[in-house]
Design a protein. Structure first.
Length: 259
């Protein structure tokens, strides 16, 4: 095949892959690409899944063919995109939210937090107010050791004592992995009762106060109509996505058979 024809063929193939998802494809909707480029590479090379990264204004017209859609949006979530992602999940899709896809900026959206069953309260940290702190060390703690997402091919580097401050939360010694120079979100509140299955908690020591926070909020999933929505807290840096345990967890999330 001549070089020009080959280039046209490759370009057309890429456009087709983004415009109409095939069964088995994964779409990543992102406004910060370095971390998601690492994730896409993991999906392609380790899970043999086609993975495309798009920004919100290039969201494909038809989302129904995508096996999973990851969302990594730091800034404003556009309402038409918000509504289409919600409809994708409710129609049987798997929506996987990462890091700041739950953040103060998303509280301005009409549908996002009610759909997720989330609340970020204003106010002081010690009064339950939502806070983000970056440049921290964070243990991500496996609170569901028998779950496929948390356990399949995942190697944990540590065992940590964990005593959740969340009412009814987990207590004991659990597998964990450590992320350095990352970001933690404190005081994510659930508003949907027991709809969520909690997968991960986090353990974080606040340096200035000496207080150790342990909250069951680092990873969960819940039904959404005919489909599912999942959330994982890490993702602040490229190194978060390069972490062997966390990257495997995300591969598991993309393909796990959920109840």
């Amino acid at each position: 095949m001549r070089p020009r024809r080959l280039l046209r063929f490759v370009t057309l193939a890429l456009l087709v892959g983004v415009q109409g998802g095939r069964a088995g494809d994964v779409l990543i909707v992102s406004d910060e690409h370095p971390q998601m480029e690492v994730l896409a590479q993991h999906l392609r090379t380790r899970a043999n899944l086609a993975a495309a990264i798009v920004e919100q204004h290039r969201l494909p017209a038809d989302l129904s063919g995508y096996q999973s859609i990851f969302v990594f949006i730091h800034g404003a979530l556009q309402e038409p995109v918000e509504m289409r992602l919600i409809e994708y999940a409710r129609s049987g899709g798997r929506l996987i939210l990462l890091h700041h896809s739950i953040s103060q900026a998303k509280g301005k959206n009409r549908y996002w937090f009610p759909f997720l069953g989330m609340l970020l309260r204003p106010g002081d940290l010690d009064q339950g107010g939502y806070k983000w702190i970056h440049g921290v060390s964070l243990f991500v703690v496996n609170l569901a050791p028998g779950n496929y997402v948390t356990s399949h091919n995942v190697k944990y580097e540590a065992q940590v004592d964990y005593h959740s401050a969340t009412p009814g939360g987990r207590q004991g010694r659990f597998p964990a992995f450590l992320l350095q120079d990352t970001e933690v979100f404190l005081n994510h509140n659930f508003t949907d009762g027991a709809e969520k299955t909690v997968l991960f908690g986090f353990r974080y020591r606040h340096e200035s106060s000496g207080v150790t926070y342990m909250q069951d909020r680092a990873g969960w999933y819940k039904p959404a109509g005919k489909g599912w929505v999942m959330y994982f807290l890490p993702g602040h840096t490229v190194d978060d996505l390069k972490n062997a345990a966390y990257s495997q967890i995300l591969l598991n999330a993309a393909s796990a058979r959920l109840p």
